[in-house]
Design a protein. Structure first.
Length: 101
């Protein structure tokens, strides 16, 4: 059995769907950040699959740029969450309606 472009796209769609559903359903902001990372990873999979299929290196460049964006998002997001947890003692998105008390 040959693994083609469609297999990669179906896998990326499934990973993106899991991330999207997790982001919408879960109210814990840490889980929401992990779901955003799942969605970014599925975009990386699509970029790499099309880059492989077309024989072009541009997709790999986009994957590296997406990795940099994801790393920055995690670093800044976790720093903000740690500060919010220190102030409020919760990271539930429903209870965090303002940044200052």
């Amino acid at each position: 059995m040959d693994v083609g472009l469609n297999h990669y796209l179906v896998l990326a769609a499934a990973v993106f769907l899991v991330g999207m559903v997790g982001f919408v359903i879960r109210r814990n902001t840490l889980v929401m950040l992990m779901c955003v990372e799942l969605m970014l990873s599925s975009a990386n999979l699509v970029f790499a699959a099309f880059s492989r299929e077309l024989g072009d290196v541009a997709g790999h460049v986009f994957v590296l740029m997406n990795f940099a964006v994801a790393a920055a998002e995690v670093a800044i997001g976790l720093a903000i969450l740690v500060q919010i947890f220190r102030l409020r003692h919760t990271v539930d998105a429903d209870e965090l309606t303002t940044l200052m008390e």
